[in-house]
Design a protein. Structure first.
Length: 161
């Protein structure tokens, strides 16, 4: 019988002893989860607002970068047109200068303007590299005299007859 009595006493003690889940302690993770949930609820609006603002700035950044790239391409194109005009005025095709490996960046000053001396040097180097001679003309090629002008009839001559 003693065995049964001990079992009853143990069973009674088990019912009266609190389990760790019945009585939460101050360091209980349940309270920490509630605090985190409350913090998330309180700061959720601020986080959402910050994310929207960051997205707005990212979109603005993409727009500005696109405009910058377009502007840089336009400036590069204008510089190339100026250099092409200079090369053409010297009697050479611009494609010949570009084919010899010269770039727009090679023909600019430090401040970004066209360096005419560098362009002239590039033209000279291209002529030497490709064996292009500059047209000098000959002595008999100059301005030609026009045929003598014929006298045009005048009204006064017509009326005097």
């Amino acid at each position: 019988m003693t065995d049964t009595t001990q079992n009853t006493d143990t069973a009674g003690q088990a019912e009266t002893e609190p389990t760790p889940t019945d009585s939460p302690t101050p360091d209980s993770p349940v309270e920490d989860n509630n605090t985190e949930t409350n913090d998330t609820e309180n700061t959720g609006g601020a986080v959402t607002k910050a994310r929207k603002e960051a997205a707005k700035y990212r979109e603005r950044l993409r727009t500005v970068e696109s405009e910058r790239d377009t502007g840089n391409a336009t400036v590069e194109s204008l510089r190339r047109q100026i250099i092409d005009g200079h090369i053409t005025s010297d009697g050479m095709k611009p494609s010949a200068v570009w084919a010899t490996g010269h770039t727009v960046a090679d023909l600019l000053n430090d401040d970004g303007t066209v360096n005419t001396e560098a362009v002239n040097d590039a033209i000279k180097e291209t002529r030497e590299t490709l064996g292009i001679s500059r047209f000098a003309g000959t002595g008999d090629q100059g301005p030609r005299q026009a045929a003598p002008a014929q006298d045009k009839p005048k009204w006064s001559d017509l009326l005097s007859q």
